[in-house]
Design a protein around this ligand. Sequence first.
Ligand code: TRP
Length: 325
Amino acid sequence: MQRILSGIQPTNKLHLGNYLGAIKNWVNLQNQFECFFFIVDLHAITVKQDPKILRENTLDVIKTYIALGVNPKKSIIFVQSDIKEHAELAWILNTITKISELERMTQFKDKSRQHAENINVGLFAYPVLMAADILLYNTNLVPVGEDQTQHLELSRLLANRFNQLFGDTFIIPEPFIGKQGARVMGLDDPTKKMSKGASSPNNYIALLDDPDVARKKIMKAVTDSGSEIKAADNKPALANLLTIYSLLADKTIKEIEKEYAGRGYADFKKGLAETTVKFLADFQKKFNSIGDAEAKKILKSGAEKARSVAFKKMKEIKEKIGLGF
Ligand code: TRP
């Protein structure tokens, strides 16, 4: 069976974009692939974190995975820092990565601008740690958004380089492009990806937003000129709302267009708001029913499974490069 691995940072409370763009696909993938879903807390600390909040966010993300349908009986769910081999392999890969290869990473350039006071070595080596995450588990397929394709390309390059230097060791991972490569855009600016880092909270709908707040955000979402509910290339705002509607309601965009034929934006937004409110209420009920102890138990058992794979792989890697006896 092909193996899939993907992770999310525990930096922010997750939003609709994280669900519709990533986690919703994961839920389907669990039935066809062997899946590893984890939380990349070692990546998170490449920017300043409050220790208490980091830990809270990590547990919240686990609860979110579970409440959205990631099933610990089917998938291996764990926290990156629980498996020491991630850092160990990252170090080894650092030694075959060229500084110039990391200097061209656009995310590094962006983050250096955003965190000019803290351009640390970890931030620079972030993509190498990501390569370690992927290669450690003999991953075949990595579902990632467009913003991570450059990092995945580096993982492939490092895997090939290592294999050439030390003999066949790593599987060359492929990007996995889901059926719906949904890219959910900001509600206040449909030209940019929905993001919790956005300057206005009206940009995103957090999964833990109060449903009434979410309703207001949708009613306030920017729209395009014209009044017809029909997707078109020159209507990025409507296209985004239709995408969200279609994914949340499990209807096609065509079906929704038909439903709203002859009706205006106000009706359409009301419908979308209702669908969203219902989704959030159901999600939050599940989320709140998962206690800390339960989440930690899932992580403990996930870590045990992940660790056994990582330990074996690390042994093979060390043998290849002459480390230890
Ligand atoms: N860098 C990814 C992101 O910000 C998160 C990540 C870290 C990841 N390691 C990974 C994703 C391994 C997939 C596989 O989205």
